[in-house]
Design a protein around this ligand. Structure first.
Ligand SMILES: [Zn+2]
Length: 251
């Protein structure tokens, strides 16, 4: 049985400085694919560096996280456009909107603008997108449904309303689950409402869950818990998640 961590910040210095050893450890836990998300240009370049060294395990993403969208520059946009053409770039993310952590309303239009740039880049290069939407689920839905998205999308750590979740499901979204679902009613609803063929698994490392370090070694346990919830065998779930991930990446 092998596992997928579709959303992890391996370019974060917490992991990056000892990535060679960590990948050996994670291999012991049968982690087959690591979806390396980026929060800025430096992360994006680091992801490509790691993927060049470990092409069979690292699935490299590039992007600008909504928390830093206000720092986005036109020079960056040009570099991102160039990077997105590379076949080594497998998806665009972590991109999106955040109105929960980012309270400054003057930054919200910039987030939308940056998201819009990345949607264009994703469409032009046929790369799937990995989305963050905390506190801005409805705004994200509005953009996705009107923007003619031509590629697959995954909402990571969804914790919005059921109403918007159902709309995002109707758009054909994938949804990645992390260990927070055990404690969050809203995140758990994703398991109740989303078809198992649209589910993915993630650690969002190095984010911590109730003091526990988020990292791919949590994924086998996470799969067990999800399988319990869905009342299926953990090994069947692992197979389904792997198929889902391959489908998500293909456009
Ligand atoms: Zn993340």
């Amino acid at each position: 049985m092998t596992y997928i961590d579709c959303h992890i910040h391996v370019s974060d210095k917490f992991f990056f400085k000892r990535i060679d050893n960590l990948l050996l450890d994670w291999n012991e836990y049968n982690i087959e694919f690591i979806g390396a998300v980026a929060t800025n240009l430096k992360d994006s370049q680091r992801n490509l560096e790691i993927a060049a060294k470990y092409p069979s395990i690292i699935v490299a993403g590039i992007g600008r996280h909504p928390w830093g969208a206000h720092k986005f520059t036109m020079e960056e946009l040009t570099i991102f456009k160039g990077l997105a053409k590379k076949p080594e770039v497998r998806f665009i993310g972590e991109i999106g909107l955040d109105r929960y952590h980012i309270k400054e309303k003057n930054r919200w239009p910039i987030q939308e603008q940056v998201l819009d740039y990345f949607i264009t880049i994703a469409n032009e290069n046929k790369k799937s997108i990995m989305l963050h939407q905390t506190g801005a689920e409805e705004e994200l839905y509005e953009i996705l449904s009107t923007r003619n998205l031509e590629v697959n999308f995954c909402c990571h750590w969804y914790s919005g309303s059921d109403k918007i979740l159902k709309k995002l499901i109707d758009l054909g979204g994938f949804f990645s689950i992390n260990p927070n679902f055990l404690r969050s009613r809203k995140h758990r609803r994703v398991l109740d409402l989303v078809d198992q063929h649209n589910l993915l698994t993630e650690s969002d490392g190095p984010v911590k869950f109730q003091g526990e370090q988020g990292s791919p070694i949590l994924i086998p346990f996470l799969c067990q818990e999800i399988a319990k919830e869905l009342m299926i065998q953990p090994n069947n779930l692992a197979i389904i998640i792997k198929e889902n991930y391959q489908r998500y990446l293909k456009n």
